[in-house]
Design a protein around this ligand. Structure first.
Ligand SMILES: Cc1cc2nc3c(=O)[nH]c(=O)nc-3n(C[C@H](O)[C@H](O)[C@H](O)COP(=O)(O)OP(=O)(O)OC[C@H]3O[C@@H](n4cnc5c(N)ncnc54)[C@H](O)[C@@H]3O)c2cc1C
Length: 503
């Protein structure tokens, strides 16, 4: 009987894991996870990512052992690790999920494929999202994706048979964070990784938390509970996208049935779940962009915007933005929330980037890397697409400049979120929370917050910077060469649901 190797990466689960099922059905089977130093010590990686992976690996190993298998844990560079293992196990075939991650993983995958070819080892990579490899044309992409999501899920294998050689191999240990030169923020409350947590998270969202998703998602106050919070589990593959789709479909059918039978159903449920379904499809839509054009990790989607911000990087502005010290309470609260929890809702992510790109006129590259470390759910395909979109350099999306003042009024009028993360403002009344620098000296003394001492004065003037940024970005956008480049970007990456003419 031949030996198969299943290489786990960002697919840390046993349920709906086709490479595992197929490998286990073909003969002896060994699972492998590699701590890759070059990825762990990269600038877009953080200790919290590694902690989440370790939690996931612990559970994955236990699940595989229950099935009779083993998860080998190794540290090193790929494909060197494979080479060493191959000498001991002599596996004939390798299985993995396709991955669309960063440039390092892209190069690593090429090395692994070349190594497998040189050893005449068959290497089978199977899709795990709606991302299509070597896609020729965006037209028709969503049909392929929808078809994939409708396919049946696969069960874990009934049993895994280990080859005799595996008995003499050291299984390897979960590696502690201090083993690597990995950067770390002081986290306070971060989501925990693993299949079990992912399942609980989905259950609670579909059973109760998601009822007001549509209205809850915009505010950082309600979004924390009312958004699905599935993003890190999706990013590390603790749950498959297909599983979420199937469970969502079942829940929608159940609610419709209840309604038909005259049972009470909260009127917001179905609309909320419809919005949630759209977000799930955006996940794959954005990841497809990076798959089709890996250079967007570093380069503008629309190269006509090259030169727009490159020579104006202000380090002091960047530092203030990174540390939540801009003097704009909503920006600072969001940044500090990210430091502590690794999560913030979509609108606030967009506002943070908009503030960096327009008010501070920072190029998106540095903020993107900083946020990549902060976001527990860092997913380059979504991340770089969104960062560029919110910085106005795609040419195919509406330019949206968020007012950090209006966001307080709209999303946190009672200052619940702001006071939680910016305690300097704890006694400042609601009406001053959007612009505390406008308090009189007397008020500052009265409310225990001296601007410039306890809390910074705004580092830039909102109105002036907003207007200047709007004029600059629009003057670039309407140039004939920008418009021509935008048409090409749309052709390659644009959502076919929103025709170019409507943008
Ligand atoms: C500048 C910026 C950077 C971002 N970077 C990331 C990132 O690195 N990783 C990441 O997962 N999301 C990213 N997002 C998208 C979005 O903000 C998060 O997916 C969402 O906030 C995660 O919380 P949730 O799981 O509760 O989402 P929910 O609102 O419950 O949505 C469910 C799932 O749908 C997907 N999704 C939701 N919104 C979007 C969106 N706008 N685009 C693509 N997919 C979406 C995610 O997989 C998410 O987990 C980014 C958004 C912005 C504006």
């Amino acid at each position: 009987m031949s030996t198969q190797l299943v290489w786990f990466k960002r697919d840390l689960r046993v349920h709906d894991h086709e490479p595992l099922l197929r490998a286990a059905g073909k003969g002896y089977c060994v699972a492998l996870y590699v701590y890759e130093q070059e990825l762990i010590e990269a600038s877009d990686h953080d200790a919290a990512h590694l902690a989440f992976v370790n939690e996931s690996l612990k559970e994955l190993r236990a699940s595989l052992r229950k099935l009779g298998g083993e998860l080998l844990l190794r540290v090193g560079r790929m494909p060197d690790v494979l080479d060493q293992l191959h000498q001991r196990l002599g596996f004939e075939r390798m299985w993995a999920h396709e991955e669309t991650f960063n440039q390092l993983s892209y190069q690593r995958d090429r090395r692994v494929r070349a190594w497998a070819k040189s050893k005449r080892i068959q290497f089978t990579e199977l899709p795990q999202y709606g991302v299509v490899r070597r896609l020729k044309d965006r037209d028709g992409w969503s049909k392929i994706r929808d078809r994939r999501m409708k396919q049946s899920m696969v069960e874990p294998p009934k049993q895994i048979r280990l080859p005799a050689e595996a008995a003499s191999l050291d299984a390897g240990e979960l590696l502690p964070l201090d083993q690597f030169k990995v950067q770390a923020f002081d986290r306070v409350e971060v989501q925990i990784g693993g299949e079990d947590q992912a399942k609980r998270c989905l259950d609670s969202f579909l059973d109760s938390r998601g009822v007001n998703y549509r209205s809850d998602m915009s505010s950082p106050v309600t979004g924390e509970h009312g958004c699905s919070r599935l993003s890190p589990f999706i990013a590390y593959g603790n749950i498959s996208m297909r599983t979420i789709h199937h469970r969502l479909g079942n829940r929608v059918a159940e609610l419709k049935q209840q309604k038909k039978s005259g049972l009470p159903v909260e009127p917001t449920w179905l609309k909320s779940l419809s919005s949630f379904r759209s977000r799930l499809s955006w996940h794959c839509h954005f990841m497809q962009k990076l798959e089709d054009e890996p250079s967007i990790q570093f380069e503008n989607f629309n190269r006509a915007y090259d030169g727009l911000r490159e020579n104006e990087f202000n380090q002091d502005y960047f530092d203030a933005w990174c540390h939540g010290q801009t003097g704009y309470p909503m920006v600072d609260a969001c940044m500090r929330a990210l430091h502590q929890t690794g999560w913030i809702n979509f609108r606030m992510r967009a506002m943070l980037v908009s503030f960096a790109a327009y008010h501070l006129w920072l190029h998106w590259r540095e903020p993107a890397v900083y946020l990549a470390r902060l976001f527990l759910d860092y997913e380059p395909g979504i991340h770089y697409s969104q960062i560029q979109m919110q910085s106005g350099v795609t040419g195919i999306n509406t330019v949206r400049i968020y007012s950090p003042i209006k966001q307080v009024v709209d999303q946190d009028p009672q200052g619940i979120f702001i006071r939680r993360f910016v305690p300097e403002l704890i006694d400042v009344p609601d009406k001053h929370l959007a612009e505390p620098h406008k308090m009189t000296r007397m008020e500052q003394t009265l409310f225990g917050c001296q601007i410039g001492t306890d809390y910074p004065a705004p580092i830039v003037d909102h109105q002036k910077r907003y207007k200047a940024a709007r004029d600059r970005i629009h003057s670039f956008k309407k140039l004939p060469e920008t418009r021509a480049a935008s048409a090409a970007v749309y052709q390659k990456h644009g959502s076919r649901k929103t025709p170019m003419s409507r943008r």
